[in-house]
Design a protein around this ligand. Structure first.
Ligand code: GLA
Length: 401
């Protein structure tokens, strides 16, 4: 009897003091997710192959560790309400799949939804939060993306907090990714609840356009970038703005993929690749594996970049980095090639959010071109480049001691 009382007290404490698992995403999470490329066509063979490709392509060693299954893995709920996977697609079960992913030195992620059904109409977590959290813990899940379809008038903060508490009481640390599409301004409250939150509706593989659906729109890369400009102050270690998963390798041009990836790094965005890892082109692999660009994204300060200037189609983005360094990205958002000139000494850049100042008139910086992977001089000489349409020049300025 005493044991039962103790258990009840412990469970109550776990619920009262429930919180998110701290420290799981000190830098933006990196991995792969099935949705952007494979939609509902998921099965255990695909997930195993993605995990293998993550290793053989060098991506795991570049930092991509999460293998995340998105919507449509679900079979149903048993008579007690516990969720189980579709046995035709996942005949070995989720525990075996998670074990396999873990055996490759990777982590395992899954998808659910806070409402009555997932966006694809599968069983979702409303009313089953604690049971689902227990099941995921049993399977060995490390990352959960929680959508917000069929949520009717549910409170986003309320239902996501319930799920957070459920994870905490299940006891297995999980990265918690809130995916309500920015409608409830999660940047204002998400820090206490999850490790990252989607800031917009869905991305699709286009650079500067919008795709109409019945009651929602998918956004191209530039549209999403524009929506990040006013919310950088809400992002940081363990609580990231998430402008959605990557579309690199899913149909844009190489220039556009490079610009997309560079800008996600400038934004300190989660880098969740969404392409066919098994059949990647050399160019796609080079973009996703660019360790110099990834270092900008994963910088320990965790500061999201900002648009310092916008001159016609040319945007100059700046991101303060650790040890006094800066990342600078010249983005040509227009449809024509442009010549760009920029005087380092003529621009004192002040980041009002962090009070960091880039003043090449006072301090000298060496410049590394992060796509050419070579040093290109110092800030003593003005910058000048010809940038093709929908492309970037991305630089790292390192303080010369
Ligand atoms: C929503 C999400 C997508 C994906 C689908 C799955 O649209 O925003 O990222 O998870 O649901 O149905």
């Amino acid at each position: 009897m005493k044991k039962v009382t103790l258990l009840v007290v412990l469970l109550l404490c776990a619920t009262i003091y429930a919180q998110k698992f701290e420290g799981l995403a000190k830098t933006p999470p990196m991995g792969w997710n099935s949705w952007n490329r494979f939609r509902c066509d998921v099965n255990e063979k695909l997930i195993r192959e993605a995990a293998q490709a993550m290793v053989s392509s060098g991506m795991r060693d570049a930092g991509y560790v999460y293998i995340n299954i998105d919507d449509c893995w679900h079979g149903g709920r048993d008579s007690l309400g516990f969720v189980y996977p579709d046995s035709a697609r996942f005949p070995s079960g989720m525990k075996a799949l998670a074990d396999y992913v873990h055996s490759l030195g990777l982590k395992f992620g899954i998808y659910t939804d806070a409402g009555w059904q997932t966006c694809a109409g599968k069983p979702a977590s409303r009313g089953y939060e604690y049971q689902d959290a227990i099941m995921y813990a049993k399977w060995g899940v490390d990352y959960v993306k929680d959508d917000f379809c069929f949520a009717d008038s549910l409170s986003a903060i309320g239902s996501y907090s319930t799920m957070r508490n459920a994870f905490y009481s299940a006891g297995r640390p999980v990265v918690f990714s809130l995916c309500e599409g920015g409608d409830h301004k999660p940047w204002l409250w998400g820090k206490e609840v999850g490790h990252l939150w989607r800031t917009t509706c869905d991305i699709y593989a286009a650079f500067d356009s919008l795709e109409y659906h019945n009651n929602w729109n998918a956004l191209g890369v530039l549209r999403i970038i524009n929506l990040q400009k006013s919310i950088r102050q809400y992002s940081g270690p363990d609580h990231w703005n998430d402008p959605d998963m990557l579309e690199v390798g899913n149909g844009m041009s190489v220039n556009e993929d490079r610009a997309h990836f560079s800008m996600w790094c400038m934004l300190a965005a989660p880098l969740i690749s969404g392409n066919d890892l098994f059949h990647m082109s050399k160019e796609t692999s080079e973009i996703l594996n660019n360790k110099d660009a990834i270092a900008v994204d994963q910088d320990t300060l965790g500061i999201s970049g900002f648009a310092y200037s916008e001159n016609g189609p040319i945007e100059v983005w700046m991101k303060p980095l650790a040890a006094g360094d800066w990342a600078v990205c010249f983005l040509n958002s227009g449809r024509e090639t442009k010549e760009v000139n920029f005087s380092w000494k003529g621009n004192i850049v002040t980041d009002t959010l962090t009070n960091r100042v880039l003043n090449p008139g006072k301090d000298k910086y060496t410049i590394m071109d992060l796509w050419k992977h070579k040093e290109t001089g110092t800030t003593d000489k003005d910058f000048s480049a010809v940038i093709p349409s929908h492309d970037v020049v991305m630089l790292r300025l390192s303080l010369k001691k």
